[in-house]
Design a protein around this ligand. Structure first.
Ligand SMILES: Nc1ncnc2c1ncn2[C@@H]1O[C@H](COP(=O)(O)OP(=O)(O)OP(=O)(O)O)[C@@H](O)[C@H]1O
Ligand SMILES: [Mg+2]
Length: 559
């Protein structure tokens, strides 16, 4: 739908309008500006029609065209962002009546108003400003931002960790009244020990003070963790299952009817040592046949025969034994895990214990051995999801007219999300993937939102990524990742998206349901910073040789 304009005495005219492009010819560029500010790629223009609508478009490229008569004019191509009508801004460029009447550079005031009018004060959540003009704050709708899942993507060093810190610091600081702690709840899975410094008052959990009860694992997680699932061995599975249920029943103190209902998924204590002892016993079991030896050295002694599982559980016993004895798994299988209660576990994870109320829980996973990482993340994520589920049920039971499902909604933050929810079917990721995918699909209803940060978006489970509604796309250089992000981004973004390759640190394309229009922004600096800053190599290298205590490093290594 190309349209030629009729006006011919104007310095600038629109010569073509497409759904994703507006072409403008300018005779004298020196006159096409406002307040002495020269135009550049990324500046805005306003195009008015006869019906009081104003199309706002962002300049994408600029060419000089030599004309036959020896003069030259200037061709500007711009991407339509949306239309201002009666002071209200709507996305998309297709409601402009054609032909357009006039075109001029948009004032900063126009742009500022679009952003500031886009959200009410109560919903305003602001953590960035326009990259092309730091004086224009770019707010998002805070309800829409946290209500749907969020993705931060970008190559290493593009600024993801700092962005994460900025958004959470702001969320924790804003208050609708006069009190010390607001009602924000954020749980950060911190894989590189980066966030303690950014959240000094957070409830900080690492392997030294983390206690996770293995007995809260569900049946799938239990099997994934304790059994050799590849071997598909029915004997080990049956012994394992029966021993757990039996021990739970033995320990259970409630009514008989409830006792009968105990199963593998019941979040009730059992002793893993008892399970191991049972497996050992069955593996060595000799059964009395009731006969005695009639002659020989054993004459008169009872005859025995090997039990049905004799020697068949050796692998299972060895596997279980090595786990139970693994000191590194103490936070999970040790004595504390057997005595910690359900309430304590949830209180710690949600930072709800009387002694330690906090908006942010930082779970430092750097000391968690790789083979239990998936199960750790899975268990914590699932507990939080189930909390949301049960809490909603409780609220609705108390008041059937209740409209807000969860008045204590939670944000779960996964750094390096491709490590827990990869686009791969490998069984070692199965449990974390299952729990997080469930939150991606259903979490919204129960007040549990995901924030995923990743340098390799193409390696994240598509199920999860495609459920994200708000994207902060930082510098992204890998073409495969770029293509993947492009495919998933909701708006038709023209060439805005191609700028991703050349973003500075902290610069991002902000797009999604929570923002009035896709915008290239500079994320505000966080304070304090996470410990992920660039290392000043060159300056450090030029300093005097630094001595290092290798013994101290060893001590930490072996701790
Ligand atoms: N908004 C910002 N403004 C200015 N500088 C920033 C901003 N965000 C990040 N930086 C700088 O960029 C560097 C890298 O930032 P950051 O650690 O957040 O990157 P990252 O994307 O998390 O990298 P990685 O993927 O390796 O974890 C830091 O030195 C930081 O100071
Ligand atoms: Mg980072």
């Amino acid at each position: 739908m190309a349209v030629e304009t009729t006006a011919d005495n104007l310095n600038a005219q629109v010569v073509a309008v497409f759904p994703d492009k507006v072409r403008i010819v300018v005779d004298k560029l020196e006159d096409f500006k406002i307040a002495e500010e020269s135009l550049r790629v990324g500046s805005y223009v306003r195009i008015a029609d006869n019906e009081n609508a104003i199309l706002i478009a962002i300049i994408e490229n600029f060419q000089i065209v030599a004309l036959d008569d020896g003069t030259r004019n200037h061709l500007i191509e711009a991407f339509p962002l949306g239309v201002l009508r009666d002071g209200k801004f709507e996305r998309g460029g297709d409601s402009l009546a054609i032909p357009p009447k006039s075109v001029e550079p948009a004032t900063i005031e126009d742009i500022r108003r679009i952003y500031s009018d886009s959200v009410t004060e109560a919903e305003n959540f602001c953590f960035s400003s326009l990259a092309s003009n730091p004086d224009v704050p770019v707010p998002v709708n805070g309800n829409k931002f946290f209500n749907k899942h969020i993705a931060i993507v970008g190559s290493t060093g593009s600024g993801k960790s700092h962005t994460l810190a900025t958004t959470i610091q702001r969320a924790v600081a804003e208050k609708a009244g006069d009190f010390t702690l607001n009602n924000s709840h954020v749980i950060v899975f911190d894989i590189h020990s980066e966030y303690r410094s950014a959240f000094p008052s957070a409830n900080f959990i690492d392997v030294s003070n983390l206690t996770l009860p293995y007995w809260m694992l569900n049946s799938e997680e239990l099997e994934e963790f304790f059994l050799d699932t590849e071997a598909n061995d029915h004997n080990q599975r049956n012994v394992f299952k029966e021993a757990i249920i039996q021990d739970r029943k033995d320990k259970f103190k409630g009514p008989e009817a409830d006792r009968e209902r105990i199963h593998l998924d019941s979040p009730l204590v059992f002793d893993i040592q008892t399970v191991l002892d049972t497996a050992k016993r069955k593996n060595e079991e000799m059964i009395d046949t009731g006969e005695t030896y009639a002659s020989g050295a054993k004459k008169g002694q009872p005859k025995t025969t090997q039990g049905s599982l004799f020697g068949k559980l050796t692998n299972f016993v060895n596997r279980l034994e090595s786990k139970v004895n693994d000191r590194r798994l103490g936070f999970f299988l040790g004595e504390r895990s057997k005595t910690i209660t359900f309430e304590e576990t949830l209180e710690t994870l949600l930072s709800y214990s009387a002694a330690n109320k906090s908006n942010v829980t930082v779970i430092d996973l750097s000391g968690v051995p790789f083979e239990v990482l998936s199960i750790t993340v899975s268990l914590i994520s699932r507990l939080i999801f189930e909390y949301g589920y049960i809490y909603k049920r409780l609220r609705c039971a108390k008041d059937p007219t209740e409209k807000i499902n969860n008045d204590v909604p939670i944000l779960l933050v996964y750094e390096e999300a491709h490590k827990y929810v990869p686009n791969s079917g490998l069984s070692k990721y199965r449990s974390s993937k299952t729990s997080i995918e469930r939150i991606a699909k259903e979490g919204r209803k129960y007040g549990v939102t995901l924030l995923l940060s990743s340098q390799r978006p193409s390696e994240i489970s598509e199920t999860i990524f495609s459920q994200c509604n708000n994207f902060i796309a930082m510098r992204l250089t890998n073409p495969v990742d770029q293509g993947y992000v492009k495919k998933l981004l909701p708006d038709s973004l023209g060439t805005l998206i191609d700028k991703m390759t050349s973003f500075r640190q902290g610069e991002a394309l902000l797009v999604g349901e929570s923002i009035v229009l896709p915008s290239i922004v500079q994320i505000d600096q966080c304070d304090p910073a996470p410990s992920s800053n660039d290392i000043p190599y060159w300056e450090l290298w030029k300093e005097k040789w630094k001595d290092m205590d290798i013994a101290e490093i060893k001590a930490e290594w072996y701790r």
